[in-house]
Design a protein around this ligand. Structure first.
Ligand code: HEC
Ligand code: HEC
Ligand code: HEC
Length: 456
């Protein structure tokens, strides 16, 4: 059991340990998790039939015209903030018709059809049934829902907002589409276990305003902690798959990418401010930090439908997570700006003989330039990139393999992918060089493993 703490547990850990060690840990962890879950389930049952939830009788699908247009419109914006379509749409499928597999350390759970089809969707759901699902993670028929649906965040939503989302979904086109069965190993396939999980990890208290903060900050906190569920990707999880609130926003692995730390432990070269965060959340790009890729690009795509005032509010709240910029962080920013070719530029010629130097010169320098100089606009200055500075090389590997920016042949900044142009060895050398030449961060751990995994 001594190996427990090294295991790259699902989305929360960092995959630095060797493979055989990871296997040993996986078995050990499964035993621990099983034991804990069974104990939790027993407790759930003891707490007086807690696991049991009543069913709401099905209703006839409400007429679309029964929902006021303003409510539907407000619901559309809220659904975008909540990324409902991202999870509830399968690749190439109709929006909200479900079927997308959500891979968790416990198995694969399929997002359901939330269009108003009465048989395979939520057409037969009354408003109270929908409110209960969002607040308590219970389906219309009384089954407990897995927290792969981030209701642990959405529980903070005001009832009026949930009603608007309901109005929006009930006025979509009904799609007949049943989701594939979940693939969960015993005991995770027992839904009533989730009742025990909720006892520990579902906060039913709703959102409480902080009177010492501005209205904008409170609006941001309401959205970020609730509907927008930013922590579901950016906060590490414990062995039971719940967010570890003691390390809120400390960064976590998600879908092969790493959601970076957003708070005081952010490795960003230049400290984030509310203004820069608003630019990033609104446009997916902040020249001092980077470009949103992977799962964050989906989030940004959804936020494009959201009014600036809400984007600014979320930015204000997220900026406050880091507290006031410390001297250390300000100095780090100044050093990075120097490496980026600003005031007091430095170059690090020592790295020029490294094996990756020639790969960089051939594949990247044309756009990104040399350390200590400004790159050609609009390529990002790698000395300022969080992706190059991150603890895990996951995002850097994925950006280099797959490229970044517009892929739909529309005008806009674009970087090609190098998956076919470079071998694993060349990419490894290249990224070691990029790390040494553009940052003051330690060498990447687990670079080879990250490249191999990203290739699969
Ligand atoms: C991170 C992915 C994710 C996001 C984001 C998400 N959902 Fe889901 N949702 C799921 C999954 C997975 C399930 C199925 C859970 C299960 O089977 O236990 C689900 C289930 C549901 C259900 C229960 C349906 C049923 O038939 O029991 C409702 C209602 C629902 N989601 C509504 C929403 C709404 C509204 C939003 C946006 C505000 C949203 N979801 C955002 C993943 C997501
Ligand atoms: C589905 C998972 C997911 C959700 C939800 C999510 N993020 Fe992210 N986020 C990521 C990933 C992955 C990255 C890294 C992307 C990259 O490097 O291009 C990221 C990057 C970021 C960054 C850049 C950090 C840096 O230093 O470069 C910020 C800021 C950010 N997210 C804020 C948010 C906020 C605010 C929310 C909620 C509105 C949010 N994220 C929701 C996955 C997510
Ligand atoms: C044709 C020009 C071009 C080439 C060649 C190129 N890039 Fe880029 N790169 C860009 C552009 C443009 C962006 C920003 C994309 C955007 O704004 O959507 C970018 C973004 C990046 C980012 C994202 C930074 C972040 O934090 O989000 C990284 C990392 C990166 N490039 C590394 C490389 C490496 C390493 C190479 C060589 C293998 C390379 N690039 C080659 C143009 C290029």
């Amino acid at each position: 059991m001594g190996c427990l703490r090294h295991y790259p547990l699902g989305r929360g850990g960092r995959g630095d340990s060797g493979l055989s060690e990871a296997r040993c840990d996986a078995r050990g962890n499964m035993r621990v998790i099983r034991g804990l879950l069974i104990a939790i389930a027993a407790l759930g049952v003891i707490v007086g039939g807690y696991a049991w939830r009543s069913s709401f009788a099905p209703i006839d699908r409400p007429q679309a015209s029964s929902f006021p247009v303003e409510n539907v419109k407000a619901g559309a914006v809220l659904a975008a903030i909540g990324n409902c379509a991202t999870c509830h749409t399968r690749d190439g499928g109709a929006a909200y018709a479900g079927g997308r597999p959500i891979v968790t350390p416990f198995g694969t759970i399929h997002a359901t059809n939330i269009t108003p089809d009465p048989s395979t969707g939520i057409g037969g759901w009354s408003e109270p049934a929908f409110i209960r699902a969002v607040r308590e993670g219970v389906s219309r028929d009384g089954r407990h829902l897995y927290p792969a649906f981030p209701y642990d965040h959405m529980a903070k939503m005001a009832e009026s907002d949930i009603k608007n989302v309901y109005a929006f979904l009930m006025t979509r086109r009904a799609q007949v589409s049943a989701s594939p069965a979940n693939e969960l190993a015993f005991p995770f396939n027992i839904r009533s276990l989730v009742a025990g999980w909720k006892l520990f990890f579902l906060d039913r208290g709703g959102f409480t305003q902080d009177a010492s903060k501005t209205a904008e900050w409170n609006r941001g906190a309401y959205l970020v902690e609730g509907l927008a569920h930013c922590g579901s990707c950016h906060t590490p999880r414990n062995v039971l798959g719940a967010e570890d609130k003691s390390r809120a926003y400390a960064g976590a692995d998600v879908q092969g990418w790493t959601a970076p730390a957003l708070g005081a432990t952010s490795v960003a070269a230049v400290p984030w401010t509310g203004e820069r965060l608003a630019e990033y959340l609104g446009k997916g790009r902040s020249p001092q930090h980077g470009v949103a890729a992977g799962p964050m690009a989906d989030v940004i795509g959804n936020l494009a439908q959201v009014p600036d005032s809400d984007i600014k509010a979320m930015a204000t709240y997220v900026a406050s997570l880091a507290g006031a910029a410390t001297k250390e962080r300000q100095e780090r920013g100044a050093r990075a700006i120097a490496r980026a070719g600003g005031e007091g530029a430095v170059t690090r010629p020592a790295a020029a003989a490294a094996p990756g130097a020639s790969v960089y010169a051939g594949a990247c320098a044309g756009c990104h330039g040399e350390a200590g100089r400004q790159p050609l606009d609009p390529a990002l200055n790698l000395a300022l990139s969080t992706t190059v500075r991150a603890a895990s090389p996951n995002n850097l590997v994925r950006v280099v393999l797959g490229g970044i920016g517009r892929t739909d042949n529309q005008p806009g900044p674009h970087m090609p992918g190098f998956a076919n142009a470079l071998t694993d060895k060349q990419i490894g050398d290249l990224l070691e060089y990029v790390r040494a030449n553009f940052t003051d961060r330690p060498v990447f751990a687990g670079l080879d493993v990250a490249i191999r995994k990203a290739r699969q």
